[in-house]
Design a protein around this ligand. Sequence first.
Ligand SMILES: [Ca+2]
Length: 369
Amino acid sequence: MKKAILKTVCCIAVLAVTASLMCACQADTSKVKETTAEQTTNKTDKTEKTSPKEKHRLIIDTDTGADDSAALILAAKQSNAEILGVTVLAGNVDLEQGAKNALMALETAGCTVPVYKGSNERFEGETIEAFSVFGKDGMGETDIINPKGTATDGDAVDFIINTVKENPGEIEIVALGPATNIAKAIQKDPETMKQTKMIWSMGTAGLGPGNASPVAEFNVYADAPAYKVMLDSEIPITVIGLDSCDGEAKWTDEQFEELLALNDTGKFVAKSFGKIRQFYADNGSEGSVMNCDAIAMMCVLYPDFIKDTWSCHGSCITDKGETFAQVLFYKEGFTYDVVSNDDFVYNVKLVTDLDKKAYFENFKNAISD
Ligand SMILES: [Ca+2]
């Protein structure tokens, strides 16, 4: 099988714009805390109609290609997301390009938060082979990546550990690439990392087919040992698999045209998907493409978006062979004839149903000015 990677307000009046930007992406939480109950009641941001009021304090871990970029923009535009930092690793593209892409996506969304560079090698030391169907720059090769900012000094893994340590039980990590940075953080300081509130993992094939092999999804395939470390870490994990972004969740040609006509942010997102749309067309799937990373972000920020989850024991196969990087999900409560699940640790919530029809409209509303 061809290695086809189909990944692939706060306020009223004058305060509204400033405060909503701060709520969306500002790492300085003191500004967020200034929001009063009255102001919250008077929110006018249209995205609030479909998003909850609970604040999510996020680290976004990303191998930034076009779909990661869409997820970053979504988070930056949502007033219930506070991005404390973005950590980058190789995957869709190499580390340097991934950092530039993340910076550009955040700048496009009007968001300034620190971007840290992390792993260019797998958990076990081999270089991560960057592979992108989003073009050489991971962003459609249309010269849209010209960030003004640069990556912040310091290592992504240390940033993750220190941020969790300083905010025990509060940090949600949105994992949009291979699990290398996260596994390294777990290896370096497992007790601190257990204070992570939740890891939201866009990874695995879910209950469907893979895209790196018949059974494996790219993020897991790129570093299966790291994914195994993450699953075995005792940190709460919610998994959004490839099957969650298929079918009605795919974006159509007409929807990309809507984004092009919407505003500069919409143009940026639409252009970044140009190469992957061509890739799909060349592989017999013209007219719609998956956008998994932003769907994972929507799962974090729009609880009504998730319709069902299974409590599962998730197990990652790291032995070389046909099933390398497959993740098995043993559903809690299911009785097997030959395998007792009594001793399993139910370490994963697997998203098994979500509001796919609402995906594009929610995204478009979030980035509308
Ligand atoms: Ca990604």
